[in-house]
Design a protein around this ligand. Sequence first.
Ligand SMILES: [Zn+2]
Length: 427
Amino acid sequence: MEAKIKELLNDLETLKKKLSDPSQLQLVDKMRSCGENISALTMPGPLRRPIIKDMSTEVVDSNPYSRLMALQRMGIVENYERIREFSVAIIGIGGVGSVAAEMLTRCGIGRLLLYDYDKVELANMNRLFFRPEQVGMTKTDAAVQTLSEINPDVVLESYTLNITTVDGFETFISSLQNKSFCVYKEGSGVDLVLSCVDNYEARMVVNQACNELNQIWMESGVSENAVSGHIQLLIPGETACFACVPPLVVASGIDERTLKREGVCAASLPTTMGVIAGLLVQNTLKYLLKFGQVSPYLGYNALKDYFPTMAMKPNVQCSNPACLERQREYILAKPARDAAAKAMAEEESKVAESPIHAENEWNISVLGDSELGGANAQSSGLLPEGVVHELPSADDFPTHPASETTGGPADDDLDELRKQLDALNAN
Ligand SMILES: [Zn+2]
């Protein structure tokens, strides 16, 4: 097929040289252009599935969402399809961020905003996600290439910029505020920000942006020796922000950049980064789709397989003014929050009073204790006909005579022992 098209294009080129009439030349050019388009279509390339308009619960091999929608049928998630309404921003498309982006893409997230200024290098190949042929591409563009092939339903935005620069920060803030994807959404234009950066400076920038925008975010990190990591949920005003509890090295006034030694690079393992990315996205799904409990802080020690958890309240002396502003707002909103919690508790108690299973397909009935004559009857000494107790019941055990009388067998034994001891001492 490919060779025949090439032959046709060559013939058209030869024909063109022999013609002089402009209208005929135009016609040949048109035919050549058509031939080139057909040639491009026959070239091998990634096979893309068509965009799917609605998530279906249909259990067929061709449905990419059947296993995810099954979460609804299993009663884990109330409405899985809501995932398509959510926007998540991922800052840092490295060992954790790229894997988190792939997981959210495979879960069918509505929109992903990807931020990174770096390019793909061969040194990144010990981690997951990026491929050797992507070396030299920006991480965000390479990510968009792979992710759009995996799931073309996800809206992907690539921001190749450094958020710690003045221009980068401005673009970062304005992109988070863009509501064009979901115009009726309250707050900023994204539902959650995931920080997957590898340095304190960038974390402080994400912290600043989220405190300013009152944006809930999750922080993640992996240690330089690659054997521990953590994730943390940050709700401005409600939980500690990143500046509330600075790392010891920063609190001590040491410049982070002076810690980096020339020629010495941090270690990284695809396993640890995969675990942290998994914990981060697991908690993202729980937060967005409202199931289970979202961890306020979850650590991971790979050497001992230890997962510590804790919660941190905001610091009233935090150095970040936007954090203090959010803390004031949170305290002022307490009466409204309490009233809402009370109303919800009342609603839940009403639900609890109503029958759990209105339909009784299997005709299961619950008998009262008096009708049963089973476990309860046993404790009262009544047994079904023909059944007797093997051992006396607790109430029937005789009390120990020694505890009630003096001079019993126990005292005799003691006297005998004393006599033997005296005889030994006399020797
Ligand atoms: Zn703070």
